[in-house]
Design a protein around this ligand. Structure first.
Ligand SMILES: O=C(O)c1cccc(C(=O)CC[C@H]2O[C@@H](n3cnc4c(=O)[nH]cnc43)[C@H](O)[C@@H]2O)c1
Ligand SMILES: [Zn+2]
Length: 353
């Protein structure tokens, strides 16, 4: 599956290099990572769902007219996750798919509000993700960490619930490192979430809201000013504001760039028009991510191949890109050092062949 998804325009050797390159992923959604294999298994458990299980039909189902349509389809897949065992299966199998792509570390964005409001008991939800996290690390060697995000469109009730789940000492899972804000941006101003981000940050979580995916650069400024963002999810429209690009570069605020996602949700018209090159030219730290890979017909390896083409990168350039993600992650310093050393060893061995 991974092989045919890699950008067919990337030189063949570069594809093989990417496939073996140790990687970290910082922007990837839990439910949005459910592969056709996982969706089929969940749908078999809950046959009343309208989500097709046939992979051919899924390709059509995962073709979006706009961002609102994407969220509608996304929530129909959320409806397939009904029990703690569904949560565990999804999480563990997503880690298996990541390990196949040599992902050593991933921060998975989870929306606990969507699950608890659908009736999954909160402690059982936390136990399921933690159980899967530990099993995935033991079985596949992939380290998982969590970002709990507020589904902004669901309002302040969702913000309150997400903050409570993320900061309650008894509930808060060990793997939780960050706090986010997802869903549509239009009509969902960032500043209203300041009190919730303040509480999450006070509890030791890092701030990583989505911003500038479907609205302009002012949303990115809001995320920086009001939500004290340490990284920006997407930040695509930052390219429209040179002062903002300079600020991101100066303050080393990384962007979590997800090129194919931006095309699939029609935030950007074509890959060739994607502003990633403007980001690197301005000195902004760019990380490459897949967002909701099966829904967008991609995977992390394909996104690296896209980046190689758009940024004209060779193997060393790709290795630097992979190291950017490790550097921008919230992994501990020892863990970061191990993955960066592995990237260097792999790259040197590849180039010495
Ligand atoms: O769960 C609900 O009942 C609910 C009610 C109202 C609104 C929502 C949402 O807006 C959920 C959004 C959902 O989308 C996830 N997501 C996945 N990919 C992206 C992305 O590229 N940009 C923004 N959000 C994204 C997000 O994590 C939320 O889980 C839910
Ligand atoms: Zn996202």
């Amino acid at each position: 599956m991974t092989e045919h998804l890699v950008d067919p325009r990337a030189p063949r050797d570069l594809k093989a290099f990417i496939a073996g390159l140790p990687k970290a992923e910082l922007h990837v959604h839990h439910v949005g990572s459910a592969s056709p294999r996982i969706v089929a298994e969940l749908a078999a458990r809950h046959p009343d769902s309208k989500v097709p299980t046939d992979p051919e039909a899924l390709v059509d189902y995962f073709t979006f007219t706009d961002f609102a349509h994407f969220i509608e389809v996304y929530l129909s897949v959320v409806d397939l996750i009904r029990t703690p065992d569904d949560v565990r299966l999804l999480t563990y199998e997503v880690a298996r798919d990541m390990a196949r792509q040599q992902v050593r570390y991933a921060e998975l964005t989870i929306t606990p509000f969507s699950s608890t409001r659908r009736g999954i008991e909160e402690q059982a939800f936390m136990d399921a993700i933690e159980d899967a996290r530990k099993a995935a690390e033991a079985d596949f060697g992939t380290v998982l960490r969590w970002c709990f995000d507020i589904p902004g469109e669901a309002g302040l009730e969702a913000a309150e619930e997400t903050t409570r789940l993320a900061t309650d000492d008894k509930l808060r899972p060990e793997g939780l490192v960050s706090f986010g804000l997802g869903g549509p941006e239009i009509g969902v101003p960032r500043p209203q979430f300041k009190p919730y981000f303040d509480r999450a940050i006070a509890a030791g979580l890092r701030s990583v809201p989505h911003a500038g995916e479907t609205t302009g650069p002012e949303t990115v400024w809001d995320a920086l000013t009001h939500l004290r963002a340490e990284r920006i999810g997407h930040g695509t429209s930052s390219a429209q504001d040179p002062k903002l690009l300079a600020h991101l570069a100066e303050h080393r605020i990384p962007l979590e760039v997800c090129p194919t996602s931006n095309i699939a949700t029609r935030a950007v018209r074509t890959l060739d028009e994607h502003p990633i090159k403007e980001f690197t030219r301005a000195g902004v730290l760019v990380t490459i991510n897949s967002d909701d890979p099966p829904m967008f017909g991609t995977d992390l390896n394909s996104e690296y191949a896209v980046a190689a083409r758009l940024l004209d990168l060779d193997e060393r350039g790709l290795a630097d890109l992979a190291k950017n993600a490790v550097e921008a992650s919230f992994h501990d310093e020892a863990g970061k050092g191990r993955i960066k050393a592995e990237i260097d060893t792999y790259t040197s061995a590849w180039l010495a062949r």
